[in-house]
Design a protein around this ligand. Structure first.
Ligand SMILES: Nc1nc2c(c(=O)[nH]1)N[C@H]1C(S)=C(S)[C@@H](COP(=O)(O)O)O[C@H]1N2
Ligand SMILES: [Mo]
Length: 443
C-alpha cells in the first residue's frame, strides 16, 4: 500500500492528483472524519455547500472572505444541517455524507428530510439540473438498440410503479470495527426506506433490446469525481442482470410522491433495494448493458467487497481474495424510544423499530432487556412489498430501578440472525449487522 506523502494534508489536491492519484483518492475518500461542527464545516466548505447552507445562491460570493461564517447561520452553535435535511449527523462535508439518528427513522416510510446522504464525489450543480431536458441514455455492448429517453418519455412509454424500498450503505456500522476501517464512520444511520416511483429497469432495458450475452448493468451519474477531473467517475457501479431484471428494480423520478431530493439524486436515480446502496445510482444519466461484470469506478476490490473467507482483524487482504457484496445481511433498528430515555418503574414501555434482510424477508424479531440472556418475541408485520423494511413492536417491563439496554435481534427467512457482537472484521468495514441497542434509565 502506498502511503500518503507526509505533507499531503497541506498540499492542493490537484497537485497531489498529478503526482500520486491513489494517495489523493485516499485523502479524499478514506479519511476518518468526526462529526463536523457547523463552524468546522463552513471553514472548509465549497461555495456550493455554502449556498446550500444559506438556502440560496450567493451573488457576491467572490467578495466573501474565506472561512467567514454567514450571518444567516452565525447566531447559534447548533450543529450544522443540510438544506432539506433535518437532524442528520454530518460525517463529512467533502463529499457530503450524513447519517440519521435511529430515533429519527421511526416513521414507517422515511421522510425525505430524514434520508441519509452518501456522496462519493461532487454532485451536479443544482442550477445545471433541468428535469425537463434531462436525458437518460441506454447503451452498452449487450444493448441491441441504444436509445435516449427524457423523463417525460419514461413517464409516457412505460408502466409506473411505486414501491417502498430499503437503501442501506454497505459501510453502515463501520465505526464499530476494531481495528478501525478507513472511510466514513457510519454508526447506524446510513439506511432509509422511502417510497420510490418510476418505471421498471427491466421494461426500459427490454425496450432497448437485451442481447443474449448480457451479464451485468452499470450506471453513470452526473456527479463528478471528487478531484474535479472530468475524465474520472465518482462512482459507476451496477448489478448482475438477474437483479436488474427483478420486478422491484426501478428507474425512479419521485420519492415519497415528490421530486427526489437534490442530495439523493434529483431528478432521476436507479433503485435496487436490498443491495448495498452504492448500486442505486443517483443523478442518473446513462445505463450500460454489459457482456461482462461492469468495471466502472468502485466496482473492483476492495470497494464494496469483503474477503471471500473470514480473516483475522487487521489482516492485509490481497485484492484477488475479495468478492463483491450483493444482498445485504439481516438487520434491525430500535427507532422508539430514543436511546438514553428515562422510564418510570412499573410502567410497560413500548419498543418498536424496523427490520430488513437484503433480498430476503425477516421472519422474527426478538428483544432483550438483560444483555441477551433472555429474549422475548416482538410482533412483526409483513413488508408492504418485497424489499421494504418491516415494522416490529413489543412492550417490555423492567423488574427494578437501574440502567438497562434494550437489544433487538432480527432473523431472516433462512434462519440467519443478527450477531450480538460485531461480525467478521473486513478491511473496509462493511456489513456490520450487530444488534442495535438503546439505553434506558428506570427509576
Ligand atoms: N451518482 C452517484 N450515485 C450514488 C452515489 C454517488 O456518490 N454518486 N453514492 C452511492 C452510495 S455509496 C450510496 S450508499 C447511495 C446513497 O443514497 P442516498 O445518498 O440517496 O442516501 O447512493 C449511491 N449512488
Ligand atoms: Mo454506500
Amino acid at each position: 500500500m502506498t502511503r500518503l506523502p507526509p505533507d499531503a494534508k497541506t498540499r492542493g489536491i490537484h497537485e497531489l492528483y498529478a503526482e500520486d492519484p491513489e494517495a489523493a483518492d485516499r485523502k479524499l475518500w478514506d479519511r476518518e472524519v468526526d462529526p463536523v461542527s457547523r463552524r468546522g464545516f463552513l471553514k472548509r466548505s465549497s461555495l456550493l455547500a455554502m449556498a446550500a447552507a444559506v438556502g440560496g445562491s450567493i451573488p457576491f460570493a467572490d467578495h466573501m472572505p474565506g472561512g467567514l461564517i454567514p450571518a444567516a447561520l452565525a447566531q447559534s452553535d447548533e450543529p450544522f444541517t443540510l438544506e432539506g435535511k433535518e437532524g442528520l449527523t454530518v460525517l463529512n462535508d467533502r463529499p457530503i455524507n450524513a447519517e440519521t439518528p435511529a430515533h429519527l427513522l421511526d416513521d414507517d416510510i422515511t421522510p425525505a428530510k430524514h434520508m441519509f446522504v452518501r456522496n462519493n464525489g461532487i454532485p451536479p450543480e443544482v442550477e445545471s439540473i433541468d428535469a425537463d431536458t434531462w436525458e437518460l441514455e441506454i447503451a452498452g455492448e449487450s444493448c441491441e438498440n441504444p436509445q435516449t429517453f427524457t423523463i417525460a418519455d419514461l413517464k409516457e412509454k412505460f408502466e409506473h410503479h411505486t414501491l417502498q424500498l430499503q437503501v442501506e450503505c454497505g459501510g453502515n456500522g463501520r465505526s464499530e470495527y476494531v481495528p478501525s476501517a478507513s472511510g466514513n464512520q457510519w454508526t447506524t444511520g446510513a439506511v432509509a426506506c422511502p417510497t420510490f416511483t418510476g418505471v421498471r429497469l427491466r421494461d426500459v432495458l427490454e425496450a432497448c433490446g437485451i442481447k443474449d450475452d448480457a451479464f451485468y448493468i452499470g450506471y453513470y451519474g452526473a456527479d463528478r469525481h471528487a478531484s474535479g477531473d472530468p475524465n474520472k467517475e465518482a462512482i459507476s457501479r451496477g448489478v448482475p442482470m438477474e437483479k436488474a431484471l427483478e420486478d422491484e428494480s426501478l428507474i425512479a423520478w419521485a420519492m415519497n410522491d415528490e421530486d427526489i431530493p437534490y442530495l439523493n439524486g434529483y431528478p432521476l436515480r436507479v433503485v435496487c433495494g436490498g443491495w448495498p446502496g452504492s448500486v442505486s445510482g443517483k443523478w442518473l444519466k446513462r445505463i450500460v448493458i454489459r457482456n461482462e461484470k461492469h468495471d466502472g469506478a468502485k466496482m473492483g476490490a476492495p470497494s464494496y467487497s469483503v474477503p471471500k473467507h473470514p480473516v483475522a482483524p487487521g489482516s492485509n487482504v490481497p485484492n484477488e481474495d475479495f468478492e463483491t457484496i450483493e444482498s445485504m445481511p439481516v438487520k434491525s433498528l430500535v427507532t422508539f424510544p430514543k436511546s438514553g430515555i428515562d422510564h418510570a418503574l412499573g410502567e410497560a414501555m413500548e419498543v418498536r423499530g424496523h427490520a430488513w434482510a437484503g433480498d430476503l424477508a425477516v421472519k422474527e424479531v426478538h428483544v432483550s432487556i438483560d444483555f441477551g440472556a433472555t429474549w422475548q418475541k416482538a410482533e412483526l408485520k409483513a413488508p408492504p412489498n418485497r424489499l421494504a423494511w418491516q415494522r416490529w413492536t413489543t412492550s417490555v417491563e423492567f423488574p427494578e430501578p437501574g440502567y438497562y439496554e434494550v437489544w433487538a435481534k432480527a432473523t431472516d427467512e433462512e434462519g440467519r440472525a443478527q450477531p450480538m457482537v460485531v461480525p467478521g472484521w473486513n478491511p473496509k468495514g462493511y456489513l456490520n449487522n450487530a444488534c442495535h441497542r438503546i439505553a434506558v434509565q428506570v427509576a
